[in-house]
Design a protein. Structure first.
Length: 397
């Protein structure tokens, strides 16, 4: 079939060149045969025909084979980073210089999955504090929790990381509708939602809008893209075969270390008594509660038990009943209020949830930027979660 297509294209393009290109220079075929530039034009014709045939075949492969390969598993792999490998080097972590990370996700966009989809013990959903891109696999809190639970239950337990940088609960809902639902037999035993700090409930005009997706969920607005950039974006977003080949070759041969995006500048801020509050908008709160309820229902629909875990950062802290913050805004109270909303929802639905915001003693050396965990912080978080889970969850044998 490919040979036939090649021959047809070659013949059609040959006729086009004969009638169009040569006629520009000559009036008749006899004149062409005797002209000194005939052989140059003939060579040019062969080169151009083969270039055009090549690109037409690429488009043919993209439309047919790209579609066939992705028909059963049509994931947005540009967003999910399916089968990608990144190498990072960072000095973010105190007392650890030249900390090198190999960050990789599997064919379906997950980190640290080794079981079939119907046998996953725990799936963890969250943002960058779950993804932990700038930690080695063995240092992530999901991986360390997996080790602790495996040792405790004396069996192989898989804690799968599906965290995506920047995601709020709107992004988590997208995961169910556009990611997990497209995977056959996807049914984790438990789903842990590590959520709170990415919810902008103080931004009534932003929360739940298109700008919410762009600012909090890493979704791109391509309306102002040039035509060429829109084509590139389309190829990537549709998990094209061209893009797959490009990323496979690029990841295999690329030795350069990627630049780390997070910064530890925040940790150098001086604390002050805040004089401004993040006021939670009531309509935004309703949207958030609706998202929590939808996440709960989605989990139950695929046979999973949801567990919500609240969050905290060191952008604000309380010392001797006095609140301090890295700027004039009261982060401490805002994060506590978000946590309270989540815990109240858990109580109303009779779910077991973990109030990390209230009970976890977060220390400065546990983070590298007051938000994201250092290797030591991830270790302490995994120990905290293990102690709150070991007698509360039932692991299938």
């Amino acid at each position: 079939m490919i040979n036939l297509l090649h021959e047809v294209l070659h013949e059609v393009l040959h006729e086009v060149f004969e009638k169009v290109l040569y006629s520009v220079y000559y009036q008749s075929r006899d004149e062409k045969q005797n002209a000194p530039t005939y052989y140059m034009l003939k060579t040019l014709k062969i080169i151009l025909i083969n270039i055009l045939v090549f690109f037409i075949l690429i488009i043919f492969f993209e439309i047919t084979f790209g579609y066939i390969l992705n028909k059963k598993n049509n994931l947005d792999c540009h967003y999910l980073l399916c089968k990608r490998i990144f190498r990072y080097e960072t000095n973010l972590h105190k007392n650890i210089s030249n900390y090198q990370i190999i960050y990789q996700r599997d064919n379906f966009g997950f980190r640290n999955r080794h079981k079939d989809f119907n046998n996953i013990d725990i799936l963890v959903i969250g943002g960058s504090t779950t993804d932990e891109r700038y930690l080695k696999d063995q240092h992530t809190w999901t991986n360390q929790l997996q080790t602790m639970l495996s040792n405790y239950y004396n069996q192989d337990i898989n804690v799968v990381n599906s965290g995506i940088d920047g995601q709020s609960t709107f992004g988590h809902l997208w995961n169910f509708e556009n990611w997990y639902s497209k995977i056959k037999n996807f049914s984790p035993n438990y789903i842990f939602f590590y959520i709170g700090i990415n919810e902008g409930l103080y931004l009534p005009d932003l929360y739940g809008s298109k700008n919410q997706e762009i600012n909090f969920d890493n979704k791109q607005d391509i309306s102002n893209f040039s035509i060429s950039n829109k084509i590139k974006f389309f190829i990537k977003k549709n998990n094209s075969i061209i893009y797959k080949i490009y990323t496979a070759v690029n990841d295999f041969f690329k030795n350069d270390l990627y630049v780390v995006g997070h910064s530890n500048k925040r940790i150098k801020n001086n604390y002050e008594v805040p004089n401004k509050k993040f006021e939670i908008d009531e309509e935004a709160k309703k949207l958030f509660l609706n998202n929590l309820n939808s996440l709960y229902k989605h989990s139950k629909e695929i046979g999973s038990i949801p567990v919500f875990i609240t969050q905290k950062t060191l952008r604000g802290k309380k010392i001797n009943n006095q609140i301090f913050s890295i700027n004039e805004y009261d982060f401490f109270s805002y994060e506590k209020n978000i946590s309270d909303i989540i815990i109240n929802f858990c109580e109303s639905t009779k779910l077991y949830c973990i109030n990390l915001n209230k009970n976890f003693n977060l220390k400065t050396n546990y983070t590298y930027d007051l938000v994201h965990f250092s290797p030591q912080g991830s270790k302490e978080l995994s120990k905290f979660l293990f102690n709150n889970l070991k007698d509360k969850i039932l692991i299938k044998k």
